[in-house]
Design a binder for this molecule. Sequence first.
Ligand code: FMN
Length: 380
Amino acid sequence: MNIRQIFLIIVLLLAMACNDNKTTSIKEETAIEKKIQIVAINGSPRKDGNTATLCKRFLEGAASASKDVEITLFNLYDLDFKGCTSCFACKLADSDCYGRCAMEDDLTPVLEKIATADGVAIGSPIYFGEITGELRSFLERLLFPYVTYEASRRTLAPKRFPTVCFYTMNVTEEGAKKNGYFEYFDKLEKLIERVFSKPERICAYNTYQFTDYQKYKADAFDEKDKRKHKETQFPIDCQKAFDAGKKMAKSLIIKSMLNKHSLILASMDGKIITYDDNGIKPLFNHLKNSNFQKFDVYDKITGKASALILIYGGAKQLYTNVLSKEAIPVLEKYGVNYHADTIVDYIQNIKKDDKCPMEKAVANIDEPQKGFEILQQKFN
Ligand SMILES: Cc1cc2nc3c(=O)[nH]c(=O)nc-3n(C[C@H](O)[C@H](O)[C@H](O)COP(=O)(O)O)c2cc1C
């Protein structure tokens, strides 16, 4: 070995020692302190119908991700409860009930369970173009206490957990479109997004309603076509529900590791890279030799500065504990899917007495490359 080769090896070893990243796998890393709680709400009266089947497949998918996932299914029609009675206890100033539903019935333990859940799926058959009455009553009780009448319009849910909505219906996809169902779903999901997160939507169309169509007067429907759809398409819908549950659970498990790391990058093949430095340093470190294109990004705190660097590096999926409001428009403009537990007005500096200087530096910048260059200059 000549002097040049020895020098190169020393440089390589030094570079490896200076970079704070570590490649590992989910199994090696996972040390969950608290089980991940995933809940599904079946808003159909039928416990073995189309909606219930999707809810169950979703939970099976979630449970398949890890033994650290606990799943719970609630069948709303088993419970004796009413919708919101407009008592306004949840809006009462200086009250224990502020932000909490004061009604006491079978729904109380369900709402308590959801208050500590990590992810929730909500399923409903379509009745006269809408979700079922019971699910509507449930949503009034779940969402209204968290929606404030304060001028800031802040919401009070303990966590903005990920959500999935299942809708099952008689009509075909074209029928759903023609009847304006998608506009209705959009409106409903906006409400859920305001309090928790933008739901992933899974629809099952042209569902099989009866076990035996011969017994019913239902010649408006083509039973053969429905049976074919049940045998070919419904298993695909069930698989989508399973995959959604698995994906949700996996992402929650990786996100729980942010209590030990500042940045985690998870690739499709199960490998994860962790970084422990704070601020935007790990993002720059990663971009020295790679990019974010093939990774789901898990970031502890994401402000506009981090968002611009992530977009510059090709990130498409972001999970974060804390997201600043200023980061949202750029994430949306550049098509980055994001999920945040908490949304704050801005990211503070270390002393917590002003805005973070990196955030100030890109306050008026919306172009990722420009933002990256400004931040790189400031950082070096
Ligand atoms: C009261 C009632 C109203 C319904 N209204 C509609 C409707 O407006 N549009 C539609 O596509 N299907 C409608 N359906 C069919 C159900 O949405 C569909 O069969 C659904 O998949 C049933 O879900 P389940 O098996 O979970 O009970 C209706 C069913 C019932 C019982």
